[in-house]
Design a protein around this ligand. Structure first.
Ligand code: NAD
Length: 249
């Protein structure tokens, strides 16, 4: 029933936005942060200021990266990612705004220029001082040997994965683009996000205020449910693929 209602909204949409959180990638084997058994039930996040201040925190962060990569580097897009890619191809969704850092929307075939990454990307690293890009293979090889911390060859700055940590400034251009597409869309799908990480979680309300329909898909309630035109409490892959199949018929 919910899939049918979603499909009805999708067929009349020409400038939709999919806003995705860690929940869309759990069916690919990447744990989210806030579900029971999720990452935050095991370790606390490392604040950006602690990462910069403390060598030990940087070591801990790179140790976590090694563990996270065991699942992230082998993960493949699932039915939810594929459904979104098809909706982009159909021209119903204009953009994918994601809080994820796993690169799975790119892997599912959404053109990179239609993906807006709010929290960066965990598949490479950059120098915090001069922004020079570093690939992870070399860094992780050295780190695995004796936990050597990466330092920028060009300026000696601290090198960090290209993700946005708690307490770190949000990237300007993606934030601006996400605001633009949220203000311009006719349908906003918040998929697999607990909608508690701000400022990213502000976009659903912004879109709704600007006149878009708002759909929230999550297996658990979220605080923004009362604002939504449609709340679907289900597993993402199943409901998204059912809805997309209905848009074809
Ligand atoms: P979150 O972990 O706070 O919330 C995920 C939400 O998805 C939860 O509310 C959960 O109930 C729901 N969910 C999980 N699997 C689902 C499924 N199969 N079907 C339906 N609902 C499902 O995630 P968030 O809001 O994105 O915030 C966490 C932050 O952590 C993000 O900023 C992101 O950068 C980062 N993160 C990214 C990844 C990734 O890239 N895959 C993984 C973990 C965390």
């Amino acid at each position: 029933m919910s899939a049918a209602e979603l499909a009805e909204l999708l067929v009349s949409s020409t400038s939709g936005v999919a806003f995705t959180g860690a929940g869309i990638s759990t069916e690919s084997g990447i744990p989210d942060f806030r579900s029971p058994g999720g990452v935050w039930s095991k370790v606390l996040p490392i604040e950006f200021s602690d990462f910069v201040r403390s060598e030990e925190m940087r070591r801990e962060s790179w140790r976590r990266k090694l563990t996270f990569d065991e699942t992230m580097t082998v993960a493949e897009p699932n039915a939810g990612h594929n459904a979104i890619a098809e909706l982009v191809e159909q021209g119903r969704l204009a953009a994918v705004v994601t809080q994820n850092i796993d690169g799975l929307h790119q892997k599912s075939g959404v053109p990179p220029n239609q993906i807006i990454e709010l929290h960066g990307n965990a598949t490479y690293a950059t120098c915090l001082h001069c922004a020079r890009r570093y690939e992870l293979d070399d860094i992780l090889r050295e780190f695995k040997k004796d936990e050597t911390l990466p330092i920028c060859d060009a300026c000696g700055g601290i090198v960090k994965t290209a993700t946005i940590s708690f307490g770190q400034s949000m990237p300007e251009l993606p934030m601006r683009r996400a605001k633009e597409v949220s203000l311009a869309c006719d349908l906003f799908l918040a998929i697999g996000s607990s909608l508690v990480v701000f400022p990213a979680a502000g976009f659903p309300a912004l879109a709704k205020e600007a006149g878009s329909r708002l759909v929230i898909i999550n297996r658990e309630p979220t605080e923004l449910d009362p604002l939504a035109d449609l709340v679907i409490r289900a597993e993402i892959g199943a409901v998204m693929s059912e809805a997309v199949a209905l848009t074809r018929s």
